[in-house]
Design a protein around this ligand. Sequence first.
Ligand SMILES: [Zn+2]
Length: 305
Amino acid sequence: MKSGNSRILLYHRIAEGVDDPFKLCVSPARFAAHLEEIGRHGEPSTLAELSLPSRRPRIVVTFDDGYADNLLNALPIAEAKGVPITIYVTSGVLGSPSGFWWDRLSTLLRSRPSAISEITLPIGEGTIRIGLGSSSRRKEIRSVHRHLLPLPVTEIHRVIDAVSEQWGVSAAPPPDARPLTPSEFLTLAASNVVTIGGHTVDHVRLRDLDAADQEQTISSSKEQLERLSGQAISHFAYPFGGKDSFDDHSVDAVRSAGFETACTTISGNASPTSDPFRLPRRMVKNWGRLGFRASLERWRLVPRH
Ligand SMILES: [Zn+2]
């Protein structure tokens, strides 16, 4: 990385008026305002341009996971504003009716029958019980999420199925939170403002896998996306992305699979000394124009007034 003053921004979903316990959504109007501010204060760039010299700070817009609203809501705005976006797609979830497990968990907890005051998670040989109803819904979801996170993804879906059956309620993800279908993925990939990146096959937390399984999911996701899109997939983002979600094996596997960069969710500004396989990002929230500008100031992209 040669550019001295770059920011890689992290979005997940562009949607409004939807249930959003994980704070993943930015409204379309606000996203449009963000892209205008990005154009005003920086040089909207792709990851491939990050190491090229630039008079203005480079700003790279990225999306994690592969939600359908990236095509339906984000793409028209990015195309209208001429801002390149990179979308890290979880290859095995394309077109999956189950979608992402955290969205099923959110539906499940929202549908909890009032007579039920705890959730019993059948995990491994035993069960974990968590009291419900005494703290905020967001805290409850986070607390259950923490117990499920280390499990294999198929196991997480099995646990959610078991509780859903026990409670007699649905755990279908909300329709607005569905992943891209394969044909929507193709439409997205065909846009000249879009770069597709890899995000594993099933959004597993990599550090819970041994080196061989990490290599498998990382290289399979690349192959699947390349076969589907007919494009070379050169960029990767670690699922969850925090420093405890991947390890040195993950970095080695990403490099040997042939990726050129990998983004984390570790907060920071990309600099000439940034490891291209551990790039820091800045998480963007549903800020209005002024809030977004204040964040650009906080990230030292524009001077403070
Ligand atoms: Zn993700």
